[in-house]
Design a protein around this ligand. Sequence first.
Ligand code: SAM
Length: 290
Amino acid sequence: MDRLSSHRATKEVVNKHNFKFSKSLGQNFLIDDNVIDRILEGARLSETDRIIEVGPGIGTLTREMGKVAENVVAIEIDKTLIPILKETLADLDNVEVVNEDILKVDVQGLINEKLNGGPVKLVANLPYYITTPIVMKFLEEDIPVTDIVVMVQKEVADRMNAKPNTKDYGALSVAVQYYCDTEIVAKAPRHMFMPQPNVDSTVIGLHVREEQIYHVDNEDIFFKTVKASFGQRRKTLLNSLGGLGFLSKDQIKEALKEANIDEKRRGETLSIEEFASLSNAVNRIHNENK
Ligand code: SAM
């Protein structure tokens, strides 16, 4: 079987199986050859790669990854797609489809059982209604993932990739860039999907650093500090950090002074390094007052 990534080939599969697209499952299938190639290039796919794909759909991207990688495990929630995938992936014995919800499945268990313990790359055209939970699951749960190359809504990619002092910079930028170097891989306008969604998309590459470059004493306090700092965007840090709920105004002043950060600055001006220093000061003061 040849590529599925044309309008005609996708239509044929969909009609043959009388498949009904589900809007609530974020089912917009890729129908553009070029963007599939860009995803494979962005993931620097090679024959030693073990790939996890979330949401294979009818297997368009899955097939092309299966032709190159060592193994692909594709996790698909929609059981009506399973018999279709059986057919479209029949000639690839290094590809396995798992009928599960990505947010509920034990990903580490799957990697141990089916992908030799990893390391893995996550490569997918994601269901957009759960983009952030999926990406954060892979980053926060100590899953041995080296690269995440995913199609997401354009605005989400812009936020993941944003630098301080820009309108898109926020808690998501810090959460992702705390772990990864980010890279915009390709743009994918809405006409590259069937059915056509009402948003444009971007393929983003998140390359997980081998070593942590930020010195954070307590990650829980770090993420709470970030969240509070962006909680009320127009407020100064002195005010917004009140949202932490466990430091007095004087203690917030002390933390900002210790981190060498002017109390009139706003959260969106802080680099990740500055958030790290600030959260270390917050953590120290919090521990002292326990
Ligand atoms: N990879 C295909 C493509 O590019 O043509 C389909 C991508 S489509 C944007 C998203 C896919 O994710 C759909 O196949 C959908 O059924 C699946 N999906 C939605 N929610 C899911 C979940 N919680 N767990 C696993 N798959 C899910």
